[in-house]
Every structure is written in structure tokens, then in C-alpha cells.
Design a protein around this ligand. Sequence first.
Ligand code: BEZ
Length: 211
Amino acid sequence: MALHLGDTAPDFTAPSTIGDLSFHDWAGDSWVVLFSHPADFTPVCTTELGRVGQLQNEWDARGVKPIALSVDSAEDHHAWRPQIEAFGSTTVTYPIIADQDKAVAELYDMIHPGEGDTSSVRSVFIIDPAKKIRLTLTYPKSIGRNFDEILRVVDALQTTDRAAVSTPVDWRQGEKIIVPPTVSTEDARERFDDVEEHLPYLRTARVRAGS
Ligand code: BEZ
């Protein structure tokens, strides 16, 4: 069954590099970036898992727990990890799920047979502390993802949740947000700084620190 934005992320238990993992319990009150990759000991995946390790301080700063998944064994994940760390000049402290029976990959629709075989494609799920799916992305096996973009979306989700606003194209933390159409310009000037009316339906503003 396809998962949609707003659905509760299905719970599961699975072996991983930190032992048997119960997904919802492990997630706790954190945001989660669950991402699958096709196979261990492969080039694109090695660059991706290294990048996620390099960004550990960025995940921590946003209250995000990353977790990887492939259909390889935990033994393979453990043997591969030093190679990822050496290539990426980093450490991989986040767990890697060993989904050998493909149960999680099937639950999250991570297997796309048109992409070559029955390993998982490069799926990403951003899951909020209420366990709701807030973003899904699927990349083909041959294309490495941009985890800076995933951090950018986490920033946008956390900002739009906090301030009840939207974000414009290519928005980055600290830049001006979009005032919702339901808020009058007068009310916007009470709530936000630097309100600008570009078009009657397009107003930008700056969220105040701490709000
Ligand atoms: C890779 O990580 O390089 C890769 C893995 C599976 C299929 C294609 C590429």
C-alpha cells in the first residue's frame, strides 16, 4: 500500500547495527529521516552514507535521528561501515536496518522492480515527532541524493509548523517566509517583521526570533 503525506509511519521491528530495533520506540520524540539504499559495498551508497555521517551535527541541531536501510545483513553493514567512514572521513553512528526479509522495504514501498532487481531504491521519509510522514522522495538507484536538501526541508517543516507560514522556492533558514492568504496584511505586520506585499496574494515577511 502506498504511503501518503500525513499518514502515520508504519511501526516495525527489525535487526539493525544497534541490535533489534523497534521503530517507534527508537524514534521517541525526535524527527526521523528514514532512507533506504540498494546495497552495501556499492559506490553511490558509500558516498551517501558517508555524507549522512558528516552531517551528524546538523541532524542533532534539528532534533533529527537519521536511520538507513538496505536488504543486506547486519554483518554486512558492520563490515561495510569502516569503508564508509574512511571514504567520508567521518563516523557513522546512526543505525542501519538489516531488512533481509524485505518486510520494511515492502511496508514502505521501497522496492521498485522496474529499477533492476528487488533491492530497495533510494527512498526518503521525513517523519515528525507525532510519527506522521511529512515528506517522501524516491530517487533511482544510479543517482545519489542531496542530503543538504533534506536538511533544508526539515528546517522548512519545523519553521512552518512553529510559525504557521509557508516557504518560497529555494528557501533557506533565516530567509523571508510567505504570509498565509488567510492572514490580513495588517495582522501580518503585528506578527512578522519586514512584511512586503509583492502581489495581493503574495506577501513575504521575516519570522521573529523565538516565535
Ligand atoms: C551504487 O550504490 O553505486 C549502486 C547500487 C545499486 C545499483 C546501482 C548503483
